[in-house]
Design a protein around this ligand. Structure first.
Ligand SMILES: C[S@@+](CC[C@H](N)C(=O)[O-])C[C@H]1O[C@@H](n2cnc3c(N)ncnc32)[C@H](O)[C@@H]1O
Length: 209
């Protein structure tokens, strides 16, 4: 990031590098966790090209999907239209460090909401928890370590543990029940077709009804 580049310019630039950045498939942990819930209102933070929002909508959820990059949101909208679920997804442009969608949700999902540029992650995840409706679920999936194909810059980064992320949320024990807080391994295929095992931090917290 240059000294004058904003986070939005950074992410718009990243997405402009190639016509498709992500796999187009739903994130595995989201599918597992949301697959066990009754569809309702969902919020997807940092939705990228929309694969998770589209999967949720196809499963019957009404979704608000948010990203800082307008070009990613354009791709997500087109993909949702192609899948026939655009009417179930409200794509919103926010820099989550400065604005957050209005409403309360039965599922709030933050999948790999990491950034190598300025991001008020702690504050955003606290707002994410506050946006969970009674009886709802907060789902955070983070990298537990850098994927093998990531840049040296990313490898040098120390990723927070799941316990550290939960501690920073500062949630009262009496109104939140941890369903899962820890690391899981996942087999995947990398950007050039290589197989790899990734370590993800999975946080699933249920708010009391
Ligand atoms: C590592 S990508 C993950 C994308 C998607 N959730 C996935 O799992 O494929 C992080 C996403 O967060 C978005 N993002 C980064 N900073 C943001 C901010 N301040 N506000 C909103 N979105 C942001 C990026 O544009 C990008 O789409």
């Amino acid at each position: 990031m240059s000294a004058t580049e904003t986070p939005q310019e950074h992410w718009e630039g990243r997405y402009a590098e190639k016509p498709q950045m992500w796999s187009g498939r739903v994130n595995a942990h989201l599918a597992t966790v949301a697959g066990g819930l009754t569809p309702g209102r969902a919020l997807d933070l940092g939705c990228g090209e929309g694969a998770d929002a589209i999967w949720l909508a196809a499963e019957g959820w009404r979704v608000v999907a948010v990203d800082i990059a307008t070009n990613a949101l354009d791709r997500a909208r087109s993909a949702a239209e192609a899948r026939g679920v655009a009417d179930r997804i409200d794509f919103q442009h926010h820099d989550l460090s400065h604005s957050f969608p209005v409403g309360s949700f039965d599922l709030v999902s933050a999948q790999f909401l990491h950034s190598t540029v300025y991001l008020e992650r702690r504050q955003i995840l606290q707002q994410a928890a506050a946006a969970v409706a009674p009886g709802g679920t907060l789902l955070i999936v983070d990298h537990g370590e850098a994927p093998p194909w990531a840049s040296k810059h990313v490898h040098d980064h120390r990723f927070q543990s799941a316990d550290e992320v939960v501690a920073e949320l500062g949630l009262p024990d009496e109104s939140w029940h941890p369903q899962h807080v820890g690391t899981l391994e996942r087999e995947t295929i990398g950007p050039t077709g290589e197989s790899a095992v990734l370590r993800d931090n999975l946080i699933v917290l249920r708010r009391t009804p």
